[in-house]
Design a protein around this ligand. Structure first.
Ligand code: PLP
Length: 428
């Protein structure tokens, strides 16, 4: 009798299947890494093959409490049993409570809710246009290397040519001047200027914090010239620096810090910890510029989104996560600066505040030179192989944007993976 030969085992390659779905059915507007992520818990995620990664990218500064936080899950369950969505034709408690919470953390003013960072900034552009409308003022000064989102207004506001290519004509009314250069802003003001919009810390542009002199100088200049000072806090805000707003951390201990309040602030990302929600705050003086019928969105500030955002506020404050961010953020800076001293041919600079850290790679790192690829991408890919998620920022910088409840031992694990990769590069 012939021996029965068992058929070859069917290897179910889920990762490949997912990649193929994207290749066939998803608009290819992103340069994605070859990673299909399947689940997460705390500071870790697992891919479809079961490989574990320490996630220090936090979904690009979003996952404030890490992945699958039980209290967020609970808030989602409870609120979704009660009310998920009603539209902005009606009032509901979660939106009102969240607006109050944000105002209490800033200064007297009001809040508008939307769904993303780009949309929050669209709101700021409209506040500015309304503010200057009757005087024919509409131009907004923004910074070179800034990033304000991918809508048509967002790419017009963004001070990077690469986001504009192919989408001309670009919406008029934006001027870009070098960041942290007060004189450049003063020189750019024209009779058409209505506002200045900057990030408190430039994120996509390579992690560059505003200096205290720049912030205080902008406030004075805007007051003198009757311009709105608007801060895009989509990435740097919501406690990422260890204070609610990055400018509060930047100005700590600086004379005049208490007097510094912008006229409007956009926010998103960590506000919802992964639930899509954005918002802008505008001070009381200008809070009613956008009256009934002037601005809106169907989904903005749903009961579900606001319940999640309220829970995130509650956990951050209850667990004093600002302290964790400040302590571990300082620890990261010390460790990374020591690594830079040890390997100056690999690491050029380390910049950032709290849990918003950028590590700039040197040019001409031998294994990266002549590869034709951005060194930041090569480093991020190498760290993936080692089991660590980080985020590229421009050609040379890779970013750490960890969850606020990151543990010391997780930070040490991340640091040793980065050190190992840097040592490997130095030896090659
Ligand atoms: N503003 C800043 C500073 C950002 O970093 C981003 C996104 O990275 C945006 C705006 C756009 O936010 P979203 O992608 O949610 O539209």
């Amino acid at each position: 009798m012939k021996d029965l030969v068992p058929p070859p085992p069917i290897i179910h390659n889920e990762q490949q299947e997912i990649l193929e779905l994207f290749s066939n059915y998803v608009v290819p507007s992103y340069g994605r890494f070859d990673l299909a992520l399947k689940r997460g818990e705390g500071s870790y995620v697992w891919d479809a093959r079961g490989k574990r990664y320490l996630d220090l990218g936090g979904g690009i500064a979003v996952c404030a409490l890490g992945h699958a936080h039980p209290e967020i899950t609970q808030a989602l369950i409870e609120q979704s049993r009660e009310l998920v969505h009603v539209s902005n034709l009606y009032y509901h408690a979660p939106q009102g409570r969240l607006a109050k919470k944000i105002v209490e953390h800033l200064a007297p003013g009001k809040v508008f809710f939307c769904n993303s960072g780009a949309e929050a900034n669209e709101g700021l552009y409209k506040v500015a246009r309304k503010f200057g409308h009757d005087e024919g003022r509409f131009e907004i000064i923004t910074a070179t290397n800034s990033f304000h989102g991918r809508t048509l207004g967002g790419i017009a506001a963004t001070g990077q040519d690469k986001v504009k290519h192919g989408f001309e004509p670009i919406m008029p009314g934006y001027q870009h001047v070098p960041y942290n250069d007060l004189q450049a802003v003063a020189d750019a003001i024209s009779p058409a200027t209505v506002a200045v919009l900057i990030e408190g810390i430039q994120g996509e542009g390579g992690i560059t914090p505003a200096t205290p002199e720049y912030l205080l100088g902008l406030r004075k200049l805007c007051d003198e010239k009757n311009l709105l000072l608007m801060i895009d806090a989509v990435q740097c805000g919501h406690f990422r620096t260890g204070r609610f707003q990055s400018y509060q951390r930047t100005l700590e201990g600086v004379a005049g810090d208490e007097a510094f309040v912008p006229d409007a602030i956009s926010m998103a990302k960590s506000l919802g910890g992964g639930f899509p929600i954005g918002a802008f705050w505008v001070n009381l003086k200008h809070a009613d510029l956008l009256g009934p019928g002037t601005h809106g969105t169907t989904f903005g500030g749903t009961p579900l989104g606001c319940a999640v955002a309220l829970k995130i506020f509650e956990v951050i404050e209850r667990d004093n996560l600002q302290n964790n961010i400040r302590q571990l953020g300082d620890w990261w800076m010390t460790q990374l600066n020591a690594l830079k001293e040890e390997f100056p041919n690999i690491i050029k600079t380390v910049r950032g505040v709290g849990f918003m850290i950028g590590i700039e790679l040197a040019d001409n790192i031998p294994p990266y030179a002549n590869s034709g690829k951005a060194p930041s991408l090569l480093m991020v890919n190498a760290l993936h192989a080692a089991g660590l998620l980080t985020i590229p920022s421009g050609l040379y910088v890779f970013r750490l944007l960890p969850p606020y409840n990151l543990k010391q031992r997780e930070a040490e694990e991340g640091m040793s993976l980065i050190r190992a990769e840097v040592e490997k590069l130095a030896k090659s």
